[in-house]
Design a protein around this ligand. Structure first.
Ligand code: R5P
Length: 317
């Protein structure tokens, strides 16, 4: 798709260059030449090698592993662009890390998601474009316009192509994810089940109660993040115990820390489908039961619409 605003520039950090390039290809806009590198002591150094004066600039950077380095790259790229007189800077953050720290979990603990939002704003971002925020309210942590896109249209297209929808039940792996799972279930007109994790007494292991009918069904677990994989593997086991025919998972952000890929590969999950909001590692690409859907077109379309001041929300009607 040709860019609808000749002024746009796309700058990529190092977190997910492949996605940035795919977005650039969709918008027929090559990535702006920029150097984002480290000094010997690992300080980040950025040099934008093209004129961006007066331009509408989109910085594509997920704050994925190593989270702090990628966050720092994002901040420093924004600073460089601001000092280079860019007209408008949009931080395109397909995976917004630190989002799970969105409230005080105890006395004397931080709200790091708010701190990170402040850092991005103070660095000089004018707008934020992100995807499947861990909680929609995090939008309010930014005092600049923030669009939170949804990967669900990409997932729904894939689900429609692969499954007989009559036998599908969408499952939220925990009570916190019900709104997200319900949204996807509605789009494919499927029933919803919920896994309610409870620790009956201190020091006893959690009991997984399945609320809803799953026997004989193909269950699709839906969540925003897979990190260690523990939530999904336990949920898959609980569903199979209740007679589910098989279990798949559609998760937006494949954080996949530590031994997560091995855990998923060894699990009873038929398939884990993630998106490329976080650049998939080689291990993910070759894993027997993992597949990655691209959100490049979705993000590219949203960037094009932002540049030409068109509605972004209508992408999800
Ligand atoms: C939690 O609220 C998130 O939505 C995910 O369920 C969680 O981050 C998954 O973590 P893990 O894969 O480590 O169980």
């Amino acid at each position: 798709m040709p860019a609808r605003n000749g002024d746009i520039k796309i700058v990529a950090g190092n977190s997910n260059r492949a996605l940035a390039e795919a977005i650039g290809a969709y918008l027929a806009t090559p990535l702006t030449k920029a150097v984002v590198r480290r000094f010997a002591d690992m300080e980040v150094f950025v040099e934008i090698e093209e004129n961006v004066r007066g331009r509408d600039v989109f910085v594509v950077q997920s704050t994925s592993f190593p989270a702090n380095d990628h966050l720092m790259e994002l901040l420093i790229i924004i600073d460089a662009l601001r000092r280079a007189s860019a007209r408008r800077i949009t931080a395109v953050i397909p995976y917004f890390g630190y989002a799970r720290q969105d409230r005080k979990v105890g006395p004397r603990t931080p709200i790091s998601a708010k701190l990170v939002a402040n850092l991005i704003t103070h660095a000089g971002a004018d707008r934020v474009l992100t995807l499947d925020l861990h909680a929609g309210q995090i939008q309010g942590f930014f005092d600049i316009p923030t669009d939170n896109l949804y990967a669900s249209p990409v997932m729904v297209r894939d689900i429609r192509e692969r499954f007989d929808l009559k036998t599908i039940t969408v499952v939220s792996p925990d009570v916190g994810g019900v709104v997200r799972a319900r949204g996807l279930a509605k789009r494919i007109d499927a029933p919803l089940a919920i896994i309610d994790k409870r620790r009956e007494r201190p020091n006893e292991s959690e009991v997984m109660n399945v609320i809803g009918e799953v026997a004989g069904q193909t269950c699709l677990l839906v969540d925003d993040i897979i990190d260690s994989g523990g939530t999904l593997v336990n949920a898959a086991d609980a569903l199979l115990e209740k007679g589910a025919k098989d279990v798949y998972a559609y998760i937006t952000h494949g954080v996949l820390s530590g031994g997560a890929v091995a855990r998923i590969t060894a699990s009873k999950l038929k398939e884990l489908v993630t998106t490329d909001s976080i650049q998939p590692t080689e291990a993910v690409k070759v894993a027997r039961n993992m597949r990655v859907l691209s959100i490049a077109t979705l993000m590219g379309e949203a960037i094009g619409r932002t540049a030409s001041e068109e509605s972004v929300s209508s992408l999800f009607d």
